[in-house]
Design a protein around this ligand. Structure first.
Ligand code: CMC
Length: 428
């Protein structure tokens, strides 16, 4: 294979270097294109643009593969441990026993929020969307931890990462309790990451919540499967904000906002609404699929399709199994799972979805798992954010460590008015 690409512009040849990733992905390096030719590239939605080189996560969308630091995600199913995977993503390898214990200890030691943050919670209306509270409070952490605004070395970074991963679940649980007007439940230092979160969500004062192993494992796996997905919309946002050298808290708060949208993390809420609508008999699965194919309707089959996967999303396959197992083991039969299965069956045989390579994505089955555990729909995207946080942190740090890191600043092709003169108000 050659190591340059030849581009002919205005009859003149230009050589552009090729870059090959460790899994054989090929890219044309256009960094010098504008300086050398005056041309920029146009790529709306960055669908064909590699915005960086990254060693964190690999996706092969054609084959339906997802690896974290080289490890296929299927391998985490046998021993789901979100804290361990967080370490892996952020620091590049699996932790030793000592590193793991120290990190887990750090997470427990910093789970409490500064007491005055409670007043901020109280200022929000009960009906405030939890994603708005989450973003505001993560940003607010910079006010309470000014010493972690500038991270000078790896030790300081590790402290900031641990605080953020620990406190996000406290913030999430408090946001939920606030929406119900229930007392906040303090973190319990004796509990591990997931049981502690569920305790803060569901315990009542003097009445602890019992988290069984199946639920603990299901939530760990759910968080792991959301933990990173290379340059998705929210991670790219975190990198974009971080590229201005904004601090870790501010960058991750921006990631929460990007995740909120229904085309990204907010899709898990929309999936549930779709399934409930069908369950309530307002529309049949066949009618819903027909509507999703009709461009006039502006409706999409939520939880279907992906920018990168043109095959089964491996996360959806795993989550479908978890949903089934969790319900079966509890002797429950959630009609929404049957509806989801039916929609999947119809769509996978429909030429519209087949031709466009639209398959169930991570959001298609995750809501059914969360429902089975008692997590309300309003908290679904918050759960996604808790899971995605280590990925955001890993990308923020990776970018931060790059020598001579550049501020993210795309170009555009201007299509507005040509140069014109200001007109006085009375002459318009
Ligand atoms: N239902 C119906 N049609 C769809 C769907 C869908 N879910 N997804 C894509 N299409 C059609 C789309 O209308 C277009 O058709 P045409 O070529 O005739 O114009 C074609 O498929 C390509 O769609 P696109 O919007 O150009 O594809 P994209 O790569 O820009 O969008 C997506 C990816 C995830 C935004 C999109 O598939 C979608 O909106 N899905 C539903 C929302 C959803 O489930 N989002 C969660 C994504 S996974 C988790 C995450 O990243 O947060």
């Amino acid at each position: 294979m050659t190591d340059t690409a030849t581009l002919i512009l205005d009859g003149k040849e230009h050589q552009l270097p090729l870059v090959v990733g460790t899994e054989g992905e090929r890219a044309v390096d256009i960094q010098t294109l504008r300086n050398n030719t005056g041309y920029v590239t146009l790529d709306p939605g960055y669908a064909n643009t590699a915005s960086c080189e990254s060693a964190i996560t690999f996706i092969d969308g054609e084959k339906g593969l997802l690896h974290y630091r080289g490890i296929p995600i299927e391998q985490f199913a046998a021993h789901p441990n979100f804290v361990e995977v967080s370490w892996l993503l952020i620091f590049g390898r699996l932790p030793t026993m000592r590193e793991y214990t120290e990190f887990a200890h750090d997470l427990n030691a910093h789970a409490n929020l500064d007491e005055s943050m409670k007043h901020i919670f109280q200022g929000f209306p009960r009906s405030a969307p939890p994603m708005a509270i989450l973003s505001a409070m993560i940003n607010g952490l910079s006010c309470f931890h000014p010493e972690l605004m500038e991270l000078e070395d790896k030790t300081q970074f590790r402290r900031a990462a641990a605080r953020l991963i620990s406190k996000i679940r406290t913030i999430a649980a408090y946001a939920y309790r606030h929406s119900l007007g229930k007392p906040y439940i303090y973190p319990d230092p004796n509990l591990r990451y997931v049981p502690n979160f569920l305790h803060m969500m569901f315990s009542q004062p003097y009445e602890p919540y019992y988290c069984d192993e199946d639920v603990r494992d299901a939530v760990n796996l759910l968080l792991i499967l959301h933990a990173d997905h290379e340059q998705n919309c929210s991670t790219s946002t975190v990198r974009m904000v971080g590229s201005s050298q904004a601090n870790l808290f501010a960058s991750c708060a921006a990631g929460v906002c990007a995740l909120w949208g229904p085309r990204h993390g907010g899709a898990n809420v929309e999936v549930l609404h779709m399934l409930e609508q069908i369950h309530a008999g307002q529309i049949t699965p066949e009618e819903y699929v027909a509507m999703a194919k009709d461009k006039e309707s502006k409706v999409r089959l939520m939880g279907f399709g992906h920018r990168v996967y043109k095959n089964f999303d491996p996360r959806a396959k795993m989550l479908a199994k978890v949903a089934e197992r969790l319900l079966r083991d509890r002797g429950k039969n959630d009609p929404l799972l049957n509806i989801a299965r039916k929609l999947e069956e119809i769509a996978l045989e429909d030429p519209y979805f087949v031709e466009r390579k639209l398959y169930p994505n991570v959001d298609f089955y995750s809501g059914i798992i969360m429902r089975a555990i008692g997590i309300p729909t309003s908290m679904f995207t918050v759960m996604f954010a808790i899971g995605r946080l280590p990925g955001w942190i890993a990308h923020w740090w990776e970018q931060n460590q790059e020598a001579g890191g550049m501020i993210a600043r795309p170009r555009q092709v201007y299509t507005g008015n040509n140069s014109t003169d200001y007109l006085l108000m009375e002459r318009r």
